[in-house]
Design a protein around this ligand. Sequence first.
Ligand code: SF4
Length: 100
Amino acid sequence: MKDLRTDTLVNTEMKVYFFMRSLLRYFLGKHHKEGTMARNIIIDEEECIGCGTCEEICPEVFTLNEKTDKAEVTDPQGAPEDQIEEAIEACPVECIHWEE
Ligand code: SF4
């Protein structure tokens, strides 16, 4: 004879497992789709004039090094891609680039 309680428990666990798996896939897929995981950001330090514009627009990603007076990438995944793109476009000497 089948134990209905065990079957119900297994079914519930399976539902929770598939729900959690689908949630994880949704958020990982969304994050990947935004392109923040796959791309890196490069700053040409020779060209950087240390104006700080990139840091003003996107402080989660860019920091002005006070010793070198050059911008640095502190967290390439720290902000949405469109915000990073805004900082790239605002750079007056166009020294910030995506690395594919
Ligand atoms: S906006 Fe460009 S020039 Fe200005 S600090 Fe950032 S990387 Fe350097």
